[in-house]
Design a protein around this ligand. Structure first.
Ligand code: ZN
Length: 235
């Protein structure tokens, strides 16, 4: 994968998760926040903050790092094209990792192993932060820092979390089967009965079923017409 990096010459230093993915998660985080952020990113619900910031920095020079690691100054249109291409590639990467997770722990672990063999590393650090509560208890949270300006390490970390928490090859991730949606979502395993793993919400389950029923009706009508059109063979 070619992976050009674009650098804006303005703005505060990059901070990690919110920067690489655009999720509204700051300061103290838990690993499950990373999972939610990667899902939002793969679903195109958020835009990386590095890109938002770069766009806001109207004036000034745009610097792009090419595949050979050399930095060159380019104009706005070129910078935009490079950045949008980069985000598109990263979304595709995150979606591909999450697709393996939807298939099951086996395919997911094979994907993560292949990523490691290709030299991709997670590079996320977790630092504990202890809070003593007024009730005499204690709360443990994690300060997570990780890749900035490149979300792939975060996507791999989300994949590792899903693989580690998998139960009998089933991960906690689903992807909506409604063709117009295709969102990734976390499976809710609360309450009695089998959890909903095929659709992101009840509305989409109903929509898909009514579309399916209409489709089946159309096909059977077409089949009846075909049969009627066929010439009868005399015996
Ligand atoms: Zn859906």
């Amino acid at each position: 994968m070619t992976h050009p990096a674009i650098i804006a010459n303005e703005g505060p230093p990059f901070s990690g998760l919110d920067d690489a993915l655009g999720a509204d998660v700051h300061d103290t985080r838990n690993p499950s926040d990373v999972l939610r952020a990667v899902i939002q990113f793969a679903n195109s619900e958020v835009t990386p903050h590095w890109w938002t910031r770069a766009r806001e920095a109207q004036a000034g020079l745009w610097l792009v790092t090419n595949d050979d690691g050399e930095t060159e100054a380019v104009d706005h249109d070129v910078a935009r094209a490079v950045a949008e291409h980069q985000i598109e590639m990263e979304r595709a990467f995150a979606a591909e990792v999450l697709d393996r997770a939807v298939e099951g722990a086996g395919p997911l672990v094979r994907r993560l192993r292949a990523a490691r063999q290709a030299g991709l590393r997670i590079r996320v650090r977790m630092e504990p932060s202890i809070q003593f509560t007024s009730g005499g208890g204690l709360r443990l949270r994690w300060n997570l820092t990780g890749p900035t300006g490149d979300s792939r390490g975060w996507a791999l970390f989300a994949g590792a979390l899903l693989a580690e928490q998998a139960n009998n090859d089933k991960t906690e991730l689903g992807r909506c089967r409604l063709e117009s949606c295709r969102r990734f979502f976390l499976v809710e395993r609360r309450g009695v009965g089998a959890p909903q793993t095929k659709y992101c919400c009840e509305e989409h389950r109903l929509e898909a079923h009514s579309l399916g029923a209409a489709d089946r009706q159309r096909r059977s009508r077409a089949a009846r017409k075909d049969r009627a059109r066929q010439p009868r063979r005399a015996r």
